[in-house]
Design a protein around this ligand. Structure first.
Ligand SMILES: NC(=O)c1ccc[n+]([C@@H]2O[C@H](COP(=O)([O-])OP(=O)(O)OC[C@H]3O[C@@H](n4cnc5c(N)ncnc54)[C@H](OP(=O)(O)O)[C@@H]3O)[C@@H](O)[C@H]2O)c1
Length: 244
């Protein structure tokens, strides 16, 4: 059977993998969920949009003769990861995750761990603050129950409808971000607390270094439960796995 890869993307690491896979000359397809208006162009044939759950993905794998799936989605894209796990098991397709190790607090960090978005919302109970919400647009409505804060919303696209939180500033920007830039952003907007997901990886960690330097507390949303698949941290390890 000819090797054909499906890369589930949407992360800086998935884009790096696409470069490596293209250079290596593999037959491969890159898949985006379609959440952002203009996704980064990839050096591989690209498809956009959901597959239609486990059954839809299983059909896609079969119809496209996929032999290997690389789950390089964001660690909080748990639904996609579980779907890939079940569909690959069903179709006998090899699966590996390209993951980013979770961030670990360092000396000087003031992290408050919460289990999920609801936990982050609850942790914001109290007096008005200026809050940097470094989360995707889909998570914003939950914060409407803490309307007293001024939210600085860093989003990939300008929202089409007004954000659910009454007091806000929208900053349209796409990572990777750097420490001087994130520090300047926090100082300029008087950020008093940062809310983020423990994404890991290099593309979004600058805000944590900036928060440490500025003594700003971080409400850190811990990772959801992900399926028990093999996982590697580097593109080269994925290529070695495919070659074996
Ligand atoms: N969650 C985050 O915080 C976050 C942050 C940065 C980037 N992203 C990226 O944004 C995308 C969506 O994340 P999410 O949290 O909404 O995922 P999710 O909740 O796990 O997935 C919801 C549904 O979106 C579709 N989907 C997700 N990733 C896909 C992909 N790469 N290709 C095709 N369909 C995909 C699937 O639809 P069907 O069931 O119809 O197949 C999936 O069931 C992912 O590609 C992820 O890497 C997510």
């Amino acid at each position: 059977m000819t090797t054909k890869l499906l890369i589930l993307g949407g992360t800086t690491e998935a884009s790096a993998l696409a470069q490596a896979v293209a250079r290596a000359g593999f037959d491969a397809v890159f898949s985006y969920a379609g959440r952002v208006a203009k996704p980064k162009e990839q050096p591989l044939p690209t498809r956009v949009g959901g597959f239609g759950g486990v059954d839809g993905l299983a059909t896609y794998l079969r119809d496209n003769s996929i032999t290997h799936v690389i789950d390089a989605t964001h660690p909080f894209a748990a639904q996609m990861s579980w779907n890939a796990y079940h569909a690959c098991a069903q179709e006998g397709v090899a699966l590996i995750a390209l993951t980013r190790p979770a961030w670990q607090a360092q000396a000087g960090d003031d992290w408050h761990h919460v289990a999920d978005i609801e936990g982050a919302v609850a942790a914001l109970d109290g007096a008005e603050k200026r809050v940097l919400l470094a989360l995707g647009k889909l998570n914003l409505p939950a914060f409407a129950t803490q309307p007293q804060h001024h939210y600085i919303l860093r989003l990939v696209d300008q929202p089409e409808t007004p954000p659910a939180v009454p007091h806000h500033t929208v900053i349209v920007a796409r990572g990777p971000f750097d420490v001087p830039g994130d520090r300047a952003l926090m100082e300029q907007h008087g950020v008093e607390v940062v809310v983020c997901k423990n994404a890991g990886g290099i593309g979004a960690e600058a805000k944590l270094h900036a928060a440490r330097v500025l003594n700003i507390p971080v409400i850190m949303i811990d990772r959801p439960e992900l399926p028990p698949r093999p996982a590697v941290a580097a593109s080269e390890e994925v290529l070695a796995w495919v070659n074996n």
